[in-house]
Design a protein around this ligand. Structure first.
Ligand SMILES: [Mg+2]
Length: 351
């Protein structure tokens, strides 16, 4: 079975409210939707969101990279071994969302060809994942209101987006904890702090029972990250600092984080994500299955992948929950914060 053709469309999903972090603001999801086609007529689907602030890719560059670089490199290659993934990864530098989009479509085809759901093809088994819900960065009053509303709606794990303001961060976390004594709270600074600020904040929120703090420093500031990790009483999760396998090796070698956040849009898809997950497991580092602001096709890929390894035990897969229902038929079942999959083959996407 060989890849012989492809189609690119756009898929859009309206957000229920704007998504705001330390580095960006998004009003609606508009992603690239890819259909890969093989010589025997099989199809696989992929999706990539434009996340310029993180991967440097917009809709146009994702489309262009797939058309001009990735597809020519994998066109006509036999599916089933490592060759197609090696060709994909060496076809162009960076461009990790474009690569992820193609990678998941190939895995969709491979799993469909043996009539299995993708998680089973990857050696995993079905389970229910509990995702966190993101609380966008805003004024403290709004964030508290959003957190309480989310908790009351059945979301017991909240990922709170915070910014550079030390005082506001400490205050909002104290307020949320006071209002929601039983919620699981995660903090995502999205690179807003330096080591000194981070350690000041951590000292002040140390007794609030925060589960983890995500990416306190700039992505490239591994020394700062390592200093925080050495002194923090709250586990540190590396996100923007880890794209591919080599980044994960460096983070773990330098003890720059306790945990690693794998996102298919950073790794360039499942093939590379599996290498990182295996490494993290060997080194005793727990993994979060994260996502960008994505819709149902790529979230399906992330859910299948998350089911493939027990060491992947934190889930940040709330994109579809933040958006109005998608027109794309899929196997995802959301019951408040629980995600499971209906019986399906491949990714479970149908048109
Ligand atoms: Mg993050």
């Amino acid at each position: 079975m060989k890849i012989t053709d492809f189609r690119i469309e756009k898929v859009t999903a309206e957000l229920k409210k704007p998504f705001v972090t330390n580095i960006r603001r998004v009003e609606k999801i508009e992603d690239v939707l890819l259909t890969l086609i093989t010589d025997n007529g099989a199809t696989g689907y992929g999706e990539a969101p434009p996340t310029v602030a993180i991967t440097g890719e917009d809709i146009e560059s994702i489309e262009r990279t797939i058309k001009e670089r990735i597809f020519p490199a994998i066109n006509g290659l036999e599916l089933g071994g490592d060759d197609v993934f090696e060709a994909l990864h060496t076809s162009v530098t960076k461009s990790t969302s474009a690569k992820a989009c193609v990678d998941m479509a190939i895995y969709d085809i491979l799993a469909k060809s043996v009539n299995k759901p993708l998680y089973e093809y990857l050696g995993g088994k079905a389970k229910t994942l509990r995702t966190n819900l993101t609380i966008s960065l805003g004024d403290n009053e709004t964030m508290l209101k959003d957190a309480v509303e989310a908790y009351d709606d059945g979301f017991g794990i909240l990922k709170v987006k915070v910014g550079a303001d030390e005082k506001a961060t400490v205050e909002v976390m104290r307020n949320i904890r006071a209002a929601l004594p039983s919620a699981v709270l995660r903090v995502d600074a999205n690179q807003a702090w330096d080591a000194k600020t981070a350690l000041n904040i951590i000292e002040k929120i140390a007794l609030l029972g925060i589960e983890l703090i995500e990416q306190p420093t700039k992505a490239e500031d591994l020394a700062g990250l390592a200093e925080i990790t050495a002194h923090s009483s709250i586990p540190i999760l590396a996100d923007e600092s880890v794209f591919g396998y080599e980044d994960a090796v460096r983070i773990l070698d330098e003890k720059a984080a306790h945990y690693i956040n794998i996102k298919l849009m950073k790794t360039g898809g499942i093939y590379e994500a599996m290498r990182i997950a295996k490494l993290a497991k060997e080194r005793g580092a727990k993994v979060m299955m994260g996502s960008m602001l994505e819709s149902v096709v790529s979230i399906s890929a992330a859910v299948h992948f998350a089911m493939s390894d027990e060491n992947i035990c934190f889930y940040d897969l709330d994109g579809p929950l933040l958006a109005k229902p998608s027109a794309v038929k899929n196997a995802l079942i959301f019951e408040k914060d629980e995600i499971s999959l209906a019986e399906c083959v491949g990714l479970g996407i149908t048109f």
